[in-house]
Write a protein that binds this ligand. Structure first.
Ligand code: GLA
Length: 372
């Protein structure tokens, strides 16, 4: 394996400097309010002209199956010193998600005006490259600009939320085909009630229905998702999400799918956690399901080869399970280990120098046409 000439501590510090890191473990992350400055790397780290990853194109294999196979992208997409990022993205992924650029604080930090520039650049690039765009995310307790917290009445916050959703979805209508409308509304507390947030606390539980209604009115063709973490297997939290979306369907709320983030580590047991039974019960409600933020951290202090093999097995089992329930998409939360939000855990399918890892081969094998 080629070695990158940049020392990780420096690199990681540079990368994370503009960010505030969120909840450890699973999901619940945070965002910079706007596009952070790109990490600075010495020119010696760049090896132009190398093939993007592998002779196999995951994108071609996913296309042949009609599967959305995506990656979350950040500012590195536009870094002229990092051409392998776009090359890898375009060769291996048919779908793109903005890692941070479409969050509330990224698009609407100033109450009076949206700032669509960075997100537009991501969307336009994806559309030009024939990639589908997943919108992430319209209403979330995290990454909110300070002005949202100054609102004091239900009416004003409801109107502000509806205006935000309407403004964003209308702007991207026709270019963003699906949205995570509400992210992480269910808490991790015993019994998994809805999570405390300005929206729950001021508007009440119906903020969820209202957000979906506003999104649907702004783009009736967009597929609308509820998205959450630690809900991949059968457990109390996925039960709570199940009840939430079932209730929405009963009330006639326009919801079309559920996203399962799948921020995992190498100890995760896809079969033991009963991911298949969990996804299937949402499919049985008539909803689409997607794995939306997949990454699988290596556990520290263990021999590398074994960890990489375990990581590959988790990716394989997860994709196999996803395909078995005819999932609509499988999205990795980043392109390469180098600039993952959990870079220390090397959780993605391409390593620091864009070489495919064993997890890449495992996904390629799962995506290959039957009989090969
Ligand atoms: C959650 C969010 C993502 C991201 C991650 C951490 O999973 O849904 O947008 O912030 O946390 O990067």
């Amino acid at each position: 394996m080629r070695m990158r000439s940049v020392h990780r501590p420096l690199k990681t510090a540079l990368l994370l400097a503009p960010l505030t890191l969120g909840v450890a473990g699973a999901g619940g992350g945070t965002t910079p309010p706007a596009a952070p400055a790109p990490p600075v790397r010495p020119a010696s780290a760049v090896q132009p002209g190398r093939p993007a990853g592998s002779a196999v194109s995951l994108r071609a294999l996913a296309d042949a199956r009609g599967l959305l196979f995506g990656a979350a992208v950040n500012h590195t997409l536009f870094d002229p010193n990092e051409p392998d990022y776009a090359r890898t993205l375009n060769r291996h992924f048919n779908a793109v998600v903005a890692e941070n650029a479409m969050k509330w604080a990224g698009l609407h930090n100033n109450r009076e005006a949206f700032a669509f520039g960075f997100a537009d650049a991501i969307v336009d690039t994806a559309v030009k490259n024939g990639q589908t765009v997943r919108g992430h995310t319209l209403v979330w307790h995290d990454s909110l600009p300070p002005w949202v917290y100054t609102i004091q009445t239900r009416e004003e916050l409801l109107r502000a939320m509806q205006d935000h959703v309407t403004g964003v979805v209308t702007h991207f209508r026709g270019r963003v085909r699906m949205w995570d409308v509400v992210n992480e509304a269910v808490s991790d507390a015993p019994g998994h009630p809805l999570r405390s947030s300005p929206f729950l606390n001021l508007i009440g539980p119906d903020f969820i229905d209202e957000a979906f209604r506003a999104a649907h009115a702004a783009d009736p063709d967009a597929k609308l998702y509820y998205n959450d973490y630690n809900t991949d297997g059968l457990n109390g939290k996925s039960d709570a999400v199940y009840e939430l979306v079932r209730g929405m369907l009963v009330r006639g709320v326009p919801i079309h799918g559920v996203g399962f983030q799948a921020h995992l580590n190498t100890d995760f047991d896809v079969r033991g956690a009963q991911v298949q039974a969990n996804l299937q019960r949402f499919r049985d409600l008539g909803l689409d399901v997607q794995m939306t933020e997949v990454d699988v951290q290596l556990r520290p202090g263990r021999p590398e080869a074994g960890e990489l093999a375990r990581q590959a097995a988790v990716y394989r089992d997860l994709l196999r399970t996803c395909l078995s329930v005819k999932c609509a998409g499988f999205v990795t939360w980043g392109v390469t280990d180098f600039n993952s939000w959990r870079a220390g855990g090397r959780p993605l399918i391409f390593d620091d120098v864009y070489d495919p890892k064993p997890a890449f081969a495992a996904l390629a094998q799962e995506l290959a046409p039957p009989g090969r």
